[in-house]
Design a protein around this ligand. Structure first.
Ligand code: R5P
Length: 315
């Protein structure tokens, strides 16, 4: 056994930690996380965590200080004799560079996995990793949770998924598995696939639509919305192909660059994301719904602490 649960977060994910701690029913562990005069990050855990089961929550989207805060918190927890340290990473940044598909490029997802392990992480809990195989970059246990059940409950409550009317769409080949899972949740809804190409980074174009979407209402499933171009060009192409309406469910909303304008100008009816990332008001698209991920993370933390299976969280 690993002592008591202790909860910490980096500045980036403090809003999530408060809700996770409330759900679990214990206060976050007190700590200092500030900057020295030159900008270096200063961490100090202000309570004893000796022999305890420490969970550190931090999404690692840019800037890279978010990652650095997580690494330093893990190091501090390890050196304070925590019995076990689990990095809870709702959004795992740098995951998209996960293979050497061009000459002289890094595999950033592997590098981040190495850094987390060198810092002293014993386990990782994350959410909708860009590719499941990234788990294999670690030599420690990784639990990759899915937001799909949360989306399912949300859409089911609003009666959106009538199989006569609706179809699930994968906006690119990589999203097919996630889309198939969602289609299965709703009693095997039909699936369509968008054949997307990237002529250059951050640009997207639709080459082909596989499956007939004529007169259908569509739900696009993706893991990340970054510039918004993937779902904007996909929704336009799908409506041109005869679809009645397009909604989007994506786990992580980065909304970088011109995303707000691109999505506000797009024909998408509604965008549903989770709060794995904090989105400043000025970057939020107009037709956005944000679902709470804290209960899922809290349950994963409790089950990990109790050494109970996490399988029920995937149903
Ligand atoms: C691509 O492989 C991902 O699953 C997302 O589709 C992509 O990251 C979205 O990026 P953007 O919003 O910039 O098109």
């Amino acid at each position: 056994m690993h002592g008591d649960i202790k909860l910490l977060a980096g500045n980036n994910s403090e809003y999530l930690l408060e809700r996770i701690a409330f759900k679990i029913g214990i206060p976050p562990t007190k700590r200092i996380l500030s900057r020295f005069s030159d900008g270096e990050i200063r961490v100090q855990i202000l309570e004893s965590i000796r022999g305890d089961d420490v969970f550190i929550v931090q999404s690692t989207n840019p800037p890279s200080d978010n990652l650095m805060e997580l690494l330093l918190l893990i190091d501090a927890a390890k050196r304070a004799s925590a019995s076990r340290v689990t990095a809870v990473i709702p959004y795992f940044g740098y995951a998209r560079q996960d293979r050497k598909d061009q000459p002289r490029v890094p595999i950033s997802a592997k590098l981040i996995a190495n850094l987390l392990q060198v810092a002293g992480a014993d386990r990782v809990i994350t959410l909708d990793l860009h590719a499941d195989q990234i788990q294999g970059f670690f030599d420690i246990p990784v639990d990759n949770l899915y937001a799909t059940p949360i989306f399912k409950d949300f859409f089911a409550l609003r009666g959106i998924m009538d199989p006569e009317e609706y179809m699930i769409v994968a906006p690119d080949v990589g999203a097919t598995k996630r889309a198939r899972l969602m289609a299965r949740y709703f009693g095997n809804l039909p699936l369509a696939l968008v054949d997307k190409r990237r002529p250059e980074p951050n640009q997207a174009e639709v080459v082909n639509i596989i499956g007939s979407v004529e007169s259908k209402k569509l739900l696009i499933i993706d893991d990340i919305i970054d510039t918004g171009r993937t779902i904007a060009v996909a929704s336009k192409a799908l409506l041109e192909a005869g679809a009645k309406e397009v909604r989007v469910a994506a786990t992580h909303g980065l909304f970088s660059g011109q995303a707000k304008k691109i999505l506000d100008d797009s024909p998408i009816e509604e965008i549903v994301i989770t709060d794995s990332l904090a989105i400043p008001a000025e970057r939020r698209p107009e037709r956005l719904t944000v679902l709470d991920i804290a209960p899922l993370l809290a349950e994963a933390i409790i089950r990990t602490h109790d050494a109970r299976s996490l399988s029920a969280l995937f149903l």
